[in-house]
Design a protein around this ligand. Structure first.
Ligand code: UDP
Ligand code: MG
Length: 313
């Protein structure tokens, strides 16, 4: 039988928090008084995360574990959770308890009012570094400007989605999945619930700067052609500038006796041009790389095994 609610929890090296996560999620879900399942996705953890979840599976039939064959990343882990969730409404929440599961009932309330997506929007972030806060602020505003989809700011993956939305997103075939973007893209009735983002319960962030930058590039390239347009516009403006410059030089050569001084200016212009050309090539490369990834058609994750109660599959 389908449970009423599913909770999708991606986890990568979260042995320090997973026990507390399980406890708090169970408490909240039991409090809601409906049938539910907890779908943990172990994203190739190298610590005891998988073993711990497997233990909960043995004693609690509401728990399921989707085990990846290696680390595929946060977005693939959520995709897998959504693919395996069977509930009528699906909650998505990180394993580190930065987003409070205690507001699930509030989200469910909005869902019963008829909203299909209820996303958590951060009023405030607590206990994170100044750098993380600033970069996150900039990230959400940058992405919003760069993309043509209406992406709410200060909103992560923490949300409730209706079965219809989950199915619609699962059906999208793309491999580089920026989940919150896809959820916005499919439409339906969406609304926000405000909350304060807490400090991690334990452990370290799994998003170092390198991953954050890759994430920002992925998100932009997946939802926007604006970088390409900027490249075109830049090339166009530079061409016009060069034409004017050539005209001036010709004019000087024909009608004045000014000699052309030094090579420093020439070199700097050449370097600048080369820099811009390389940047534009890089932007094109980002898109070509994505086309390549889609053409290869490899799955965005591989499931090693599924553990836990499975009554209708
Ligand atoms: N995560 C994952 N795979 C990864 C990186 C992270 O499944 O490769 C999970 C992680 O266990 C956590 C969630 O994604 O549940 C968000 O990661 P984290 O809390 O480290 O990110 P932050 O909140 O610092 O942005
Ligand atoms: Mg976190």
């Amino acid at each position: 039988m389908r449970p009423k609610y599913s909770v999708v929890v991606p986890a990568y090296n979260e042995e320090e928090v997973i026990g507390e996560t399980y406890k708090r999620l169970s408490k909240v879900m039991l409090g809601m008084g409906e049938t539910y399942e907890l779908v943990f996705v172990n994203d190739g953890s190298r610590d005891k995360t998988a073993e711990l979840i497997a233990e909960y599976c043995e004693t609690d039939s509401a728990v399921r574990l989707v085990n990846f064959s290696r680390n595929f990343g946060h977005m693939p882990a959520i995709s897998a959770g959504m693919a395996h969730a069977r509930g009528e409404a699906i909650f998505i929440i990180d394993a580190d308890l930065q987003d409070p599961p205690e507001i699930f009932p509030q989200m469910a309330e909005k869902w019963r009012e008829g909203y299909h997506v209820v996303y958590g929007q951060r009023k405030k972030r607590e206990g994170e570094s100044f750098f993380k806060k600033v970069s996150a602020k900039i990230f959400y505003r940058f992405i919003r400007r760069m993309t043509s989809v209406d992406l709410p700011v200060d909103t992560g993956e923490f949300r409730l989605i209706d079965r219809k939305v989950c199915d619609a997103v699962n059906r999208l075939p793309e491999k580089h999945r920026y989940i919150r973007g896809l959820v916005s893209w499919v439409g339906f009735k969406q609304t926000a619930v405000m909350y304060v983002r807490q400090e991690r319960f334990a452990g370290q962030t799994k998003y170092p700067l390198r991953k954050m930058i890759a994430f920002a590039i992925d998100a932009t390239a997946a939802f926007s052609y604006k970088p390409l347009r900027i490249a075109t516009t830049l090339g166009f403006l530079i061409s016009i500038g060069s034409f004017i410059h050539i005209a001036i030089i010709l004019f000087q050569w024909l009608f004045t006796s000014t000699t052309i001084p030094g090579w420093a200016s020439t070199i700097s212009v050449v370097l600048l041009m080369q820099g811009i050309v390389l940047m534009i090539l890089g932007i094109m490369g980002e898109y070509i790389g994505r086309i390549y990834a889609e053409v290869k058609n490899r799955p965005s994750y591989i499931v090693q095994e599924i553990i836990g109660h499975d009554d209708d599959a």
